[in-house]
Design a protein around this ligand. Sequence first.
Ligand code: SF4
Length: 445
Amino acid sequence: MALTGIEIYKQLPKTNCKDCGFPTCLAFAMKMATKQVSLDKCPHVTEAAKAALESASRPPIQLVVIGTGEAEIKIGNETQLYRHEEKFHRPTAVAIRVSDTLDESALAARAEAIGKLAFERVGVKIGVNFVAVDNASGDAGRFQQAAKVAAAKSGLACVLMSSKADNLQKAAAAISGQRPLLYISDPAQAEAAARVAKDENCPLAIRGDGLESLAELTGKINARGVEQIVLDPGTRRLKDTLEAMTKIRRLSLKNFRPLGYPLIAFTTAADPTMQAVEASIYVAKYAGVVVTDASEKWQLLPVLTTRQDIYTDPQKPVAVEPKLYAVGEVGPKSPLLVTTNFSLSYYSVEGEVESSRVPAYILSVDTEGTSVLTAWASDKFNAETITKAMKKAEVETKVAHRTLVIPGFVAVLSAGIEDESGWSVQIGPKEASGLPGYLKKQWKA
Ligand code: SF4
């Protein structure tokens, strides 16, 4: 838990000397509690106080870095149990499993396909992060070769998974410098795997048989000089894993250091739909990495969408720039549609216009990122704001027909817009999904 201003104040000199730029030590402490100023701005703090404050202000969940360069992903460093309390910071990394029992060409093809699993949603590219190489063969040579091929063909960072520390060592050495996450599934091999992680400068994921055994293991791993640890509570049933991960998150946020590490979860369902459901649940609660066999686009899109939704800032709606957008080869006869600058609203309209193949202008009005009905209810999407946006975008220089299409849900605005702007208004469909039919069959200037 973050320190309160009063807790910080107790450690300060309390002389109110103002050398930090604040009028009092208490004012400085309050700013520090909200992370607006750092401790080094006070030149008079004692070494003992510094040590106490630094250790207490360490993030309750260790930051773990996996991969390098463009493939690098950071997990952990979370500070909240509930997203609405602030936000979740580091999106869950999604890893697709490949087995080293595949022959080399099949493995290469699968790794290549995994590397391409990406989508664009509300203007943001979302995709898979890791390829997880499973040493299912138990053979060191096969594992080593599979790691090499998977890393090269996917272009992603790797999770290397084995029950044997020696095999992990060989596979890690084969992709040395790429900082894979090493996962050791046998708790008895965890300390040996820690030596490998230390030698190869890699983070280490360990499996425990319950929370107590995990807490004990992290102490032993730390003692071997490995700080970057990821925890697998060892459960495999959805209910048990969810329960264990929630307990670990709660304990770590209470500064229980032995469990203050990000988590790894594995989907185990045989049913493809349930694999996607399981992965989505672990994304929500509270995995840093989810390893899954789900590799079809229809399975991954809901998982990645869940991740995108959960890791946005709940206090900042995802918005697009409010302006006039042209979709397709527009001309003076093209329809002019209006919507808000809420990302989901804008991209829903844009997607349907694209699929209609009728080139059109879309005017996105600044409603502080709120949707059509919310903005209308809060008076941010009204005749005045729409007319103002039309003028700012100089729509009269783009189209010759002086007709605006408004969403069907706010048909009530039509008369006001006509009065305010002098343009005629057509009522479009209520839902964006109705746009292709409307543009092809009903629209006329
Ligand atoms: Fe207090 Fe340190 Fe600021 Fe002086 S510099 S007012 S001692 S916090």
